[in-house]
Design a binder for this molecule. Structure first.
Ligand code: FE2
Length: 308
């Protein structure tokens, strides 16, 4: 069996070294398997040196998040780089092509009504249901047909969200291709860039995580269970955090960090079609909550908007 750190190295190779560095650094902050990520980081540093690339990729990003704003006070003012006029719309897990048919319209209507200025998709953009360690379901479309359907659905999203800059956070389903390839022994250099597979428009970015207005947006693996205390997630990330991954939960919970600053955890819900066979595994135990998130006031406020 290939170790997690080795898979991480393959995954990171597929997505590029700068993102690898950010991803590993984020993983180390989350804790839990820090020894693995430390070794992955050491491997990354060695390879970066071999390729003549800077390490760490971005010194600012390598600093602990808690040290970024030493003057933050309990009134939780916006961080210096925050923009009060910025409103971030958070799209939940879509799992194309097994998304709810009304979800895109709901997103566009909500984002326009709320004055959204930029968009973060919280991960699991595509489902990749036939590409996983759980095997092939013969009653689902083939992997090739699923990709074709997901591409067709993606193009609708690209057209509908053309007014906004969009960043897609890499979810565990998005990572299935790289992880499956790694298990089969394929090096990252033999793989297509996921942006190319998704045919992402130039205005769309793909990243393991993203920070806007001192808020961390990530998919949610390793963040703690859906009903764990929001303070735990805030502690692990070092600030307010927006996440997806848990389809059965939507909402925003506020807590104070160790300095007394008001922080929040947002669960962005999802946009899946729960009647799809691909979601058989979760329908009974965890029926989905459809909706999206809206982050405003310089990152100090998060709202969950349910799709009713
Ligand atoms: Fe998901």
């Amino acid at each position: 069996m290939i170790s997690p750190r080795y898979s991480a190295a393959r995954f990171a190779t597929a997505y590029g070294w700068p993102e690898y560095g950010r991803w590993v650094e984020a993983a180390r902050r989350w804790g839990g398997t820090s020894h693995c990520w430390s070794r992955a980081a050491a491997r990354a540093a060695a390879r970066a040196a071999a390729y003549g690339r800077p390490w760490p990729p971005e010194p600012d990003d390598a600093r602990p998040l808690l040290d970024r704003d030493p003057d933050v006070n309990p009134e939780s003012p916006p961080s210096p780089e925050s923009d009060p006029a910025r409103v971030v719309g958070v799209v939940g897990d879509t799992h194309l092509p097994y998304h709810h048919p009304d979800y895109l319209g709901f997103i566009v209507d909500t984002f326009r009504a709320r004055g959204v200025t930029e968009v973060v998709h919280i991960g699991d953009w595509w489902d990749w249901g036939q590409v996983s360690r759980y095997g092939v379901d013969p009653d689902l479309p083939s992997a090739a047909d699923e990709i074709e359907a997901a591409l067709a659905a993606s193009r609708e999203w690209y057209a509908a969200l053309a007014a906004w800059p969009v960043t897609v956070v890499v979810g565990n389903h998005d990572a299935r291709v790289a992880r499956t390839a790694a298990r089969a022994g394929l090096p990252g250099t033999a793989m297509r860039d996921l942006r190319e597979v998704y045919s992402l428009p130039a205005s769309w970015a793909l990243a393991p995580r993203v920070e806007v207005d001192d808020v961390v947006y990530l998919h949610g693996e390793g963040l703690g269970g859906p009903r764990s205390a929001p303070a735990l997630a805030i502690e692990r990330v070092g600030g307010s955090v927006a996440a997806g991954h848990w389809h059965a939960l939507g909402g925003a919970w506020y807590s104070r960090d160790r300095r007394g600053a008001l922080r929040w955890r947002l669960a962005a819900g999802c946009g899946i079609d729960s009647s799809a066979r691909a979601y058989d595994y979760g329908r009974a135990a965890a029926p989905p909550v459809l909706g999206c998130g809206v982050v405003s006031e310089g990152g100090r406020r998060a709202d969950f908007v349910p799709m009713l």
